[in-house]
Design a protein around this ligand. Sequence first.
Ligand code: 3HC
Length: 287
Amino acid sequence: MMKVVVVGAGEMGHGIAEVFAIAGHSVGMVDVKREFLEKGLGRIRESLSKLEEKGRLKEPSSVVVARISTSTDLEAAVRDADFVVEAVPEVVDLKRDVFRRLDSSTRPDAILASNTSNIRITTLAEATSHPERVVGMHFFNPAVVMQLVEVIRGERTSEDAVQRTVEVTKNIGKVPVVVRKDVPGFIVNRINAAETLFFCLLVQRGINVQDVDSTARAQGLPMGPYELMDFVGIDVAYHSLEYFAKEVSPDYGQCTVLRDMVNSGSLGKKSGRGFYDWSKGRPEVRG
Ligand code: 3HC
């Protein structure tokens, strides 16, 4: 059993904390406000009860939840951690600041992993004095359901940190894929960013999003591209294109619709409104 700390209790952080707790680890969940921690814990309880109802938990959900402690004090929470997963919003300076703080408050042998969707691990590791222990551990949403985890080796990550993260990934029942070239978006989001741009430009040309999504579903995909953007978060998709516009090609900056949606608070499922109306918890055509 390890002491794992997940930094960020949001869309990804709460799910990652849940996955580690199900696997039997002692988990600390950290966020800047109590209310974010309470919301994250509430979502973990809901998800665990779904799994429990279907007989997919080996032990009562109350036992799993009891493994999770919460804190707003990052430095105190990570002091005795074996493994830390950072899952704060996808903003380079914010993530680098978290890594700077982790660097000075964790044990020297602790692994510092980032769940970043796109940002090069090398960029985050540069904020620390020991970049060899900084690694990417990229989960997919919903973390408790999706099997894939990208384990990313930054330019200065040690092979030991990569291998330990691969073992941890297997231990929590996920399927690791090691990414040895630290490029923006790694493997999956390198592809997704191009798709996001494409579907965004279609909206700007007046396409009907329901037509596209129902066609995608009819082809057997679990969600259409616009429903998926709402599900993952319009802000997440927007930050990803912004990062690609800076790091890969200015072409990614052509998408204005996501920026407008973020500015008007239409963040997708989490805000109740995106390409669809989510006020009833499922996507409905906006009035
Ligand atoms: N906790 C526990 N169980 C959950 C759950 C959760 N949070 N979410 C879904 N489930 C379970 C359901 O209970 C259900 O179980 P069952 O098969 O035993 O009935 C099963 O998962 C399927 O869920 P639903 O029946 O509610 O609905 P769907 O069949 O539509 O599945 C979905 C939901 C699994 C989210 C599916 O729509 C899907 O796979 N969507 C695509 C998700 C995807 O592509 N994610 C990756 C996004 S990219 C990303 O995350 C990268 C990042 O960097 C941005």
